[in-house]
Design a protein around this ligand. Structure first.
Ligand code: SF4
Length: 152
């Protein structure tokens, strides 16, 4: 599913794309179907069409990493070259994201699985973190009252 969102990435008009084949195992997962191999393959042609249909967005957010790390990086490189005015964002449900390529290719990286007892990004108790070029900007969700709809 795709949607244009204002809450997930601060100060950006973001085109958010749900990525299936999730390898996470969050208790209370809000979208169990994303653990399956569902939906349309996210090819450059598909992305081109989505971006053209959503003129005015300035950020593209992948909600999940899927199960093919090489394909994820390849897509991010293509986005950087083909759509340089779009910032790139990735929501990872992993506890840590050690791959340097991910930090180089994505402007925003969200780290951490959803834990109900800690709450989502807009709660100070959250275990999740949102980074912008390596800087932890999670506190911006607390100061501005942003309420991300997605918790993974
Ligand atoms: S990362 Fe999201 S889709 Fe994957 S298991 Fe966690 S809540 Fe579910």
């Amino acid at each position: 599913m795709t949607s244009v969102v204002l809450e997930e990435i601060p100060d950006r008009i973001t085109l958010a794309l749900e990525i299936s084949n999730c390898q996470g195992n969050c208790v209370g997962c809000h979208s169990p179907f994303l653990r399956e191999d569902v939906g349309e393959e996210l090819t450059p042609a598909v992305l081109d069409a989505l971006i053209a249909d959503n003129f005015g967005v300035n950020c593209l957010l992948l909600l999940g990493e899927g199960n093919d790390p090489a394909a994820l990086l390849s897509l991010a490189r293509w986005l950087r070259e083909r759509h340089p005015r779009l910032e790139r964002a990735l929501y990872s449900g992993r506890t840590a994201v050690p791959e340097k390529d991910i930090w180089d290719l994505f402007d925003f990286v969200k780290v951490g699985p959803y834990k109900a007892e800690c709450g989502p990004l807009n709660q100070r108790t959250t275990n999740q973190r949102l980074y912008y070029h390596g800087e932890d900007i999670t506190a911006r969700f607390w100061h501005r009252g942003i309420d991300p709809a997605r918790q993974d």
